[in-house]
Design a protein around this ligand. Structure first.
Ligand code: AMP
Length: 407
């Protein structure tokens, strides 16, 4: 079954076409990124993988709206010479990554008018993403009229958190009137990791207890008990929690008033600073962990401090979540930094030795596209590295909706 996965941003469309039988049996037929939509010149990078060899096509052309961007993607996918499908009707389902639908949907759903209304209703709580996600859905409905359209929410996996974890200690009516609460994000990735860890450990998901560390451009940790999320670091928006590439993570809200008074910034400038000019970038000037580590190795003290701050906050949250996940099976590193950065894993785990997290430096050096174990022989707790795959998770859930509709 061919499933197109779409992640639409305000000026971009990221896509992947997957031929899927099951989570283990699947093949990526094509993937790509349409960007700079609405700018004078847009750009499309389209890749195909016939016979295991990556073939890349790059083009630049004006793409005034998502409509022109998607039209070109359909042309590339169905190109008579280089295409991967004969026509758009071969695509059975389109799975859309959608940021936030709050408490309305706690699982993946087939898109209808009610679902679109709910996505619209959450524009104020996802002002950058939800409108773009809805635009992506409407464009896909036009170009793939025969396909089942499915919404996979970044917040859904975290809906199992209990009130003591998701409520903020503020006037309760902020929750009842304005829906202010911790929603959590990266849910699709944490859900994929929870299932992959259970498979790897040979346990039923309902018996699997892990702490999932999604450390990429954005960073979040989820405490997963019996396969279900009981707490997570991101909040009402993806700004809360860990230190990230450009986001501050946790900060005392009183600091904002103080700095706004000192600088004359308004609240929008302040939030832009916290989202785009903070985190690693705010402390040492660069947001890519590879560059931070390189600069630190070259003697840059602020880069070394940023690295220490990043790892320390991960260490603290793992400690906190060990307190709420009894019978822990494993902590799992994933995403760009979690999968690739040996120094980050080493530093985080060094601070957790006294809690039974004992990293083997040799195993930590191994690179792998498959799950691997990183703990020392005889250590009480497992440390896993599992590559995440949000697109595959979205495709799998889209197929499940289609299969259920056909059953
Ligand atoms: P993601 O959002 O999961 O795509 O992660 C992207 C981030 O992963 C990049 O911005 C880098 O900071 C980080 N990253 C990727 N490869 C490495 C590496 N080998 N060492 C350290 N960080 C890495």
């Amino acid at each position: 079954m061919k499933i197109l996965v779409i992640n639409a941003g305000s000026s971009s469309i990221k896509y992947q076409l997957i031929d899927l039988e099951s989570v283990e049996r699947n093949a990526v037929l094509a993937s790509g990124l349409v960007e700079k939509i609405g700018e004078p010149v847009g750009r499309i990078v389209h890749k195909t993988y016939a016979g295991g060899a990556e073939k890349k096509h790059v083009e630049e052309r004006p793409l005034p709206t998502h409509n022109e961007g998607m039209a070109r993607v359909v042309e590339l996918l169905t190109d008579p010479a280089e295409g991967v499908v004969k026509d758009a009707s071969e695509i059975a389902g389109v799975g859309h990554r959608v940021l936030n639908c709050g408490e309305v949907y706690s699982d993946t759903v087939r898109i209808d008018a009610k679902v679109k209304e709910a996505i619209r209703d959450f524009f104020p709580l996802g002002p950058l993403h939800n409108p773009a996600n809805l635009m992506g859905i409407e464009v896909a409905e036009k170009f793939f009229p025969d396909a089942v359209q499915v919404a996979v929410f970044d917040t859904a996996f975290h809906q199992t958190m209990p009130p003591k974890a998701f409520l903020y200690a503020v006037p309760y009516e902020w929750y009842t009137k304005y829906r202010l609460r911790k929603y959590g994000f990266h849910g699709t990735s944490h859900k994929f990791i929870a299932a992959a860890a259970a498979r790897y450990l040979g346990k039923a998901p309902a018996d699997t207890n892990i702490i999932s560390l999604h450390l990429g451009n954005g960073c979040s940790i989820a405490a997963i008990r019996g396969g279900k999320c009981v707490d997570t670091t991101m909040g009402v928006t993806p700004l809360e929690g860990l230190m990230m590439g450009t986001r501050s993570g946790d900060i005392d809200p009183s600091a904002l008033e103080y700095v706004m008074d000192q600088t004359g910034m308004d609240i929008h400038q302040m939030l832009t600073t916290l989202n785009k000019k903070s985190g690693l970038k705010g402390v040492c000037g660069v947001n890519d962990m590879r560059e931070v580590i390189e600069a630190a190795a070259g003697g840059n003290e602020m880069a070394a401090t940023a690295f220490e701050m990043f790892c320390y906050r991960v260490q603290k949250y793992v400690g906190a979540y060990m307190a709420v996940v009894p019978n822990l099976d494993a902590i799992v590193f994933t995403a760009g930094i979690g999968q690739n950065s040996q120094p980050v894993r080493e530093r985080v785990c060094a601070g957790l030795e006294h809690l039974g997290i004992r990293l083997d430096p040799e195993k930590n050096r191994v690179r792998s596209d498959d799950p691997i174990e990183l703990q020392r022989d005889g250590a009480p707790l497992k440390i896993l590295m599992i590559p995440t795959n949000e697109e595959l998770q979205i495709a799998v859930e889209t197929k499940q909706i289609i299969d259920a509709a056909n059953a």
